[in-house]
Ligand binder design. Structure first.
Ligand SMILES: Nc1nc2c(ncn2[C@@H]2O[C@H](COP(=O)(O)OP(=O)(O)O)[C@@H](O)[C@H]2O)c(=O)[nH]1
Ligand SMILES: Nc1ncnc2c1ncn2[C@@H]1O[C@H](COP(=O)(O)OP(=O)(O)O)[C@@H](O)[C@H]1O
Length: 206
């Protein structure tokens, strides 16, 4: 793989990965590009096919996995999620730094590839806070919420494994978490880009 190192964001459902990613892409959307995963889960209200995910059926996804079109895939909370080769190539073709939002199984799979990203884990301050955030988000059924909380407990435990992540961001105060994210991304972004003035200079700040 050539070009700048990609970035992996992982961490429990509800920890704040999508929120931080949205902030990053709003401010630095010409520097970073999101790797749009495939999933068999149903779209949430407001989610657009091809933007947050490529929403596909299990049959369709399994066929593409069998055809070798995925870099990695995993079963999460009763659905398949996966990163296609095309998703990463699309970002790299735009000369952007590729950002992947994947679960812990995805992290372990990506570690076996030659992608060599920076690995960042986003964690909530506690399981209680995580549960409140997930409930307040109102995207999950009680069953899906419980599955996510169970997976989150495992994620919180395993993510502390030395060497697994380059950085663990505890997302308590959102602005502080975002600053920490920008600070580590300065290591992969072109010099000077991650300065606070960049979004304003690009006319990207609201
Ligand atoms: N392994 C893997 N995990 C993914 C991929 N895309 C999303 N995920 C993970 O799947 C989990 C569930 O995602 P989602 O259903 O969007 O729920 P949310 O994280 O609560 O917003 C999250 O932990 C994501 O990081 C992928 O392509 N591969
Ligand atoms: N620092 C924070 N403080 C309070 N609420 C937050 C914070 N970060 C994210 N949230 C909220 O928590 C919920 C889960 O965040 P989200 O970005 O969807 O998590 P993830 O993508 O990791 O599943 C969302 O409703 C979001 O608005």
């Amino acid at each position: 793989m050539t070009g700048p190192r990609p970035v992996v964001l992982s961490g429990p459902s509800g920890a704040g990965k999508s929120t931080l990613l949205k902030m990053l892409l709003k401010d630095y959307g010409n520097v970073f590009g999101f790797s749009v995963s495939h999933t068999t889960r149903q779209p949430r209200v407001g989610e657009v096919n091809g933007k947050e995910y490529h929403f596909v059926t299990r049959d369709q996804m399994q066929k593409e996995i069998d055809a070798g079109e995925f870099i990695e895939h995993a079963e999460f909370s009763g659905n398949i999620y996966g990163t296609s080769k095309a998703a990463v190539q699309a970002v790299q073709a735009r000369n952007q730094i590729c950002v992947l939002d994947i679960d812990l199984q995805g992290v372990k799979s990506i570690k076996k590839t030659d992608l060599k990203p920076i690995y960042i884990s986003v964690q909530a301050p506690s399981i209680e806070v995580l549960e409140k955030r997930l409930r307040d988000r109102r995207t999950e059924s009680e069953e899906s919420l419980q599955k996510r909380l169970n997976t989150a407990r495992v994620d919180m435990e395993l993510s502390n494994e030395p060497g697994l992540f380059d950085l663990i961001i505890v997302n308590n105060d959102l602005q502080k978490a975002y600053s920490e994210l920008k600070e580590i991304l300065a290591e992969v972004a072109p010099p000077g880009v991650m300065c606070d003035d960049y979004p304003r200079l690009q006319g990207r700040e609201s």
